[in-house]
Ligand binder design. Structure first.
Ligand code: UDP
Length: 406
């Protein structure tokens, strides 16, 4: 007895993008048949990059592009250095010592010895595996896909990292505002979600209730929800403060759900610093359960993503797709998704977040209106079919260049 689920292919997107959309994508994939592509990042789960790669790699294979996914291995020391780099790229500070550089570069070198890459295209994600490129003879273009908010990187760190970035054939950033001064061409791909994944597919009310009951999440009052890795940039502390303020005017339950990615050593600390604030109406959960994410995003009266920095914020997209009104921090990629007052609210302070929570809980008609607009935004702009097409266009342009050269 076999239990494989049928693989989702681009044809499944027809209800969302129409026959024309499917035809166009299939046409773009045709000249790329049998291309051998690999992606390299630093974790198979937890966080947006893993989320994107799991769907995208399958869709690409379904189109005849042989697309793989590898991760680099590293000790806790390595991930501690790369997390510091991640923080500093988003505007934090870093003391970039020779020792840190040595841990970083040696680990990546060791990974290059283990990974034999002779693909037609290599896509390297984020800073962790960035220096890999130094150790290979290229057989085709190497692309650095950076998912981080690069609007104000730490100057010294960026100078150091850009010496690796310059070796790539192209850099993909999430938005134009993250553009840096580089010789390498820069492109902009906004991330997207898979509407068929367990996290995003339709859930019956019974399925939702069952998931919430399993974790003893009370549904007697409206739910205010934030789902994020336990990371200071997601501002979980600010979420709790905003909720406490809002509760002076409306009754509700807050659920903060988080997980800890294997490449993020700070998660546990952030979680530990929050748990003392738990009470009957403040639920803080650290779980890895995608069906629970789906259930919460559907059941929530309001989803918050009160980030202080955010490369894109897939949690925003996921909630918008479910027709749930979202209050997002007015930063980075959240601005690409929420148009204030149209399909959600953008906020810049705890007080503003609290006001919007109160407003949405008191005005279900407004909540429904924003929710409907949010779902439409995602259908138009943030489904995986569009992200896939961005890559097909890029591969296509490289193929033309390479064919002309050979
Ligand atoms: N996520 C999850 N469980 C959690 C917290 C987050 O599955 O407890 C998922 C979330 O649904 C989203 C991804 O992790 O798909 C986070 O991506 P996002 O772009 O929001 O932020 P990142 O973690 O990449 O900074």
């Amino acid at each position: 007895m076999h239990h494989e689920r049928r693989l989702i292919t681009i044809d499944d997107y027809e209800p969302y993008i129409g026959r024309e959309g499917i035809k166009r994508i299939r046409q773009k994939a045709r000249p790329l048949q049998d291309l051998h592509v690999t992606n390299i990042n630093s974790t198979y789960y937890g966080g947006g990059v893993a989320e994107l790669l799991s769907s995208l790699t399958l869709l690409m294979n379904g189109l005849g592009i042989r697309t793989g996914w590898r991760i680099i291995q590293g000790s806790p020391d390595f991930f501690s250095v790369t997390k510091k780099m991640h923080n500093a790229l988003q505007g934090g500070d870093i003391h970039l010592t020779t020792q840190k550089k040595e841990i970083y570069e040696s680990t990546v070198f060791e990974n290059s010895v283990r990974n034999h890459l002779d693909h037609d295209m290599v896509i390297v994600h984020d800073p962790q595996p960035l220096p890999l490129i130094r150790h290979y003879t290229k057989h085709g273009p190497w692309i650095w896909r950076c998912h981080v908010d690069l609007s104000q990187p730490h100057a010294g760190l960026w100078e150091y990292l850009s010496s690796f970035v310059e070796l790539y054939d192209a850099v993909i950033l999430t938005r134009e505002e993250y553009r840096r001064d580089l010789h390498t061409p820069q492109l902009y791909f906004m991330p997207a979600i898979d509407p068929f994944s367990i996290k995003n597919r339709e859930f019956s009310e019974a399925e939702v209730e069952k998931r919430l009951q399993y974790y003893n999440i009370p549904t007697d009052l409206p739910l205010v929800v934030q789902i994020s890795r336990f990371d200071k940039w997601k501002d979980p502390e600010g979420v709790i403060q905003a909720f406490k303020l809002a509760r002076k005017q409306v009754d509700a339950t807050l659920v903060l759900l988080g997980n800890v990615a294997t490449d993020d050593p700070e998660g546990e600390e952030v979680y530990d610093a929050l748990v003392h604030q738990r009470d009957e109406r403040i639920i803080i959960l650290s779980k890895q359960d995608t069906a629970l994410v789906n259930a919460l995003q559907r059941k929530a009266a309001v989803v918050l993503q009160k980030s202080i920095r955010e490369g894109f914020g897939l949690t925003v997209t996921e909630a918008l797709w479910k027709g749930t009104p979202v209050i997002g921090g007015d930063v980075g990629g959240i601005r690409l998704q929420i148009e204030n007052g149209e399909n959600g609210f953008l906020v810049s302070s705890v007080e503003e977040a609290a006001e919007r929570i109160v407003q949405l809980l008191k005005d279900p008609e407004l909540a429904r209106k924003l929710g409907r607009a949010g779902r439409e935004t995602v259908r138009e702009k943030f489904l995986m079919s569009r992200y896939l097409e961005n890559y097909l266009d890029l591969f296509g342009s490289f193929e033309t260049i390479y064919r002309l050269r050979s």
